[in-house]
Design a protein around this ligand. Sequence first.
Ligand code: RET
Length: 247
Amino acid sequence: NGKTVDIAINSHGSDWYWAATAVMVCATFTFMGLAATKPRQHRIFHYITASITMVASIAYFSMASGIGWTPIDVEFRRSAPQVFGINREIFYVRYIDWFITTPLLLMDLLLTAGMPWPTILYVILIDEVMIVTGLIGALVKSSYKWGYFTFGCVALAYIVYILAVEARKNASRIGPDVGKTFTMCGSLTAFLWILYPIAWGLCEGGNVIGCDGEAVFYGILDLMAKPLFGALLIWGHRGIDPARLGL
Ligand code: RET
């Protein structure tokens, strides 16, 4: 489509997206390999974490190949004429990835904190609301997109509250090692997740950053929120018996 902004997709796709795909694939095999070194009843966090990077591998493979996006009309922006055409690439495949992987990330964290199932399921529902409102907002042309964005931000505020207050309390009650692992992975998550709506506002929302900038911004966030997060979580669980978490 000649009217969209150049996102460096050519005969072999996008190098940056291919590099991120490679990292996601390597992380998946590493987490699966580590699972194989443990007895079956000690593999739950390996399985969840490997699933996260597995799904991300396919999402990044799609984006690297120039698949999974649609052009959406954007507003003219005199201050940043370089970043827009008549329309802009919106990678809806990101949201399919997030719809599957953000609940798994929350399961990693909330199971570590030993939270009860009803709470976990409710937080996951709110998380799905956040992702779906983000997708709809990205596809809406008019300024109503900011209404969807606001719903998503309220959902995120609730999730961050559960992580920062309720789950943290629960984790430290189980033991100092569990508390430490949860605090490390939970803080990283709370910090990174708050940056996603900022990226959204500058990319899909306000069209302030171009498509290459979007690829780098979301890409770095995704690499820290999935492979780095996963490595820290699995490392944190090295001395923790899942039976102590009720698993
Ligand atoms: C959106 C826009 C609507 C408002 C909010 C958002 C938050 C998204 C988040 C995404 C996290 C993704 C992760 C991916 C893993 O790699 C949907 C951008 C609040 C928090 C962790």
